[in-house]
Write a protein that binds this ligand. Structure first.
Ligand code: ADP
Ligand code: F6P
Length: 327
């Protein structure tokens, strides 16, 4: 491994995701192993603009592996989309003696990272962290596994009440415009219907489908609704169903930010640790403008240009499988 870098900056940006701390820890500890210095940049690109820098050593990341959120905190920083502000950020990095960056975040954060790389040739490697799992160039993003387990446990509990009271629950899960969380939790909880943004549904077939279930003596049900779906939010879908089938007792639950919090699962801790280790190694190997990922159980590096212009796709056949398994 050739070593030209001496001081690495690390930041978390965009929406938080369980496992971000495990990634920070892995970056810091790997950097220490290679005798590099590490500076934590607090609150993402905002901290870069405001020189919110904190030196990090091995002990700085003690006992954070199991913590949700991010000890460096995160933010959304619209100014970073403007070159003038990025120039200021570069000057701040140089003043601090930072030679390279590890950016932990989603595709928005990688757009910023790509700009730093393209505008100034500043070495940057990205680590994909978002509960949405929508980033091209990796099978799994940090936080997704924890989020689906959180949602699954919540829906299992809702199922108890649905069954006890003969109710149909419409449960909204996150994912922005991607259906990974919905599809996985729909399968894992045996949802009667799962609505994902990638697949067009209409109200008639949804109601027909629910009625078929009724005729088969299903007296309760769970409809998992991904945010960003064609038929609207869980509340909107429930209202439309109620209009057409008034005798259904319906309830709506929006799981919301509970899906972003909590201690990371074993899979997320492992993934984050491997990504952190690989990201530092990649910088030392002279790689830049790339995101680390795992595809078919192998570590791969995808150029930011590709990672931000494409989307990870759900397996559409899983949608058909949910239907077969639920009736
Ligand atoms: P995520 O990384 O989770 O997708 P966002 O889309 O909110 O989250 O992006 C996080 C931050 O990345 C933004 O607040 C902004 O600072 C930066 N960013 C997003 N898009 C761009 C862009 N086109 N150019 C430069 N920076 C960007
Ligand atoms: O990208 C993660 C995510 O939680 C999405 O699933 C959701 O659409 C969005 O962030 C919510 O963002 P905010 O917390 O800013 O409302």
């Amino acid at each position: 491994m050739k070593k030209t870098i001496q001081k690495i900056g690390v930041l978390t940006s965009g929406g938080d995701a369980p496992g971000m701390n495990a990634a920070i820890r892995a970056v810091v500890r790997t950097a220490m192993f290679y005798k590099l210095e590490v500076v934590g940049i607090r609150r993402g690109y905002k901290g870069m603009l405001e020189k919110d820098f904190v030196p990090m050593q091995s002990q700085s990341v003690s006992k954070i592996l199991a913590l949700g959120g991010t000890i460096l905190q995160t933010s959304r920083c619209p100014e970073f989309k403007e070159l003038e502000f990025r120039r200021q950020a570069l000057a701040n990095l140089q003043e601090e003696g930072i030679d390279a960056l590890v950016v932990i975040g989603g595709d928005g954060s990688f757009r910023g990272a790509n700009d730093i790389w393209k505008d100034f040739g500043f070495p940057v490697v990205g680590i994909p962290a978002t509960i949405d799992n929508d980033i091209f160039g990796t099978d799994f993003t940090i936080g997704f596994d924890t989020a689906i387990n959180t949602a699954m446990e919540a829906i299992d509990k809702i199922r108890d009440t649905a069954h006890s009271h003969d109710m149909v629950f419409f449960v909204e899960v996150m994912g922005r415009d991607a259906g990974f969380i919905a599809l996985n939790t729909g399968i894992a909880t045996g949802a009667e219907v799962t609505l994902v943004p990638e697949i067009q549904n209409d109200m008639d077939s949804l109601c027909n489908y629910l009625q078929i279930g009724r005729r088969k003596n299903k007296t309760s049900g769970i409809i998992v609704v991904a945010e960003g779906g064609h038929l609207g939010s869980a509340a909107e879908v429930a209202a439309q169903v109620k209009e057409r089938i008034p005798n259904y007792e319906t309830r709506v639950t929006t799981l919301g930010h509970i899906q972003r919090g909590g201690s990371p699962s074993c899979n997320d801790r492992v993934l984050a640790s491997i990504y952190g280790y690989e990201a530092v190694g990649a910088l030392l190997d002279g790689r830049s403008g790339v995101m680390v990922g795992r595809v078919n159980a192998k570590t791969v590096f995808t150029p930011f240009d590709e990672a931000i212009s494409k989307h990870n796709q759900i397996d559409r056949s899983w949608y058909e499988i949910t239907k077969i398994l639920s009736v």
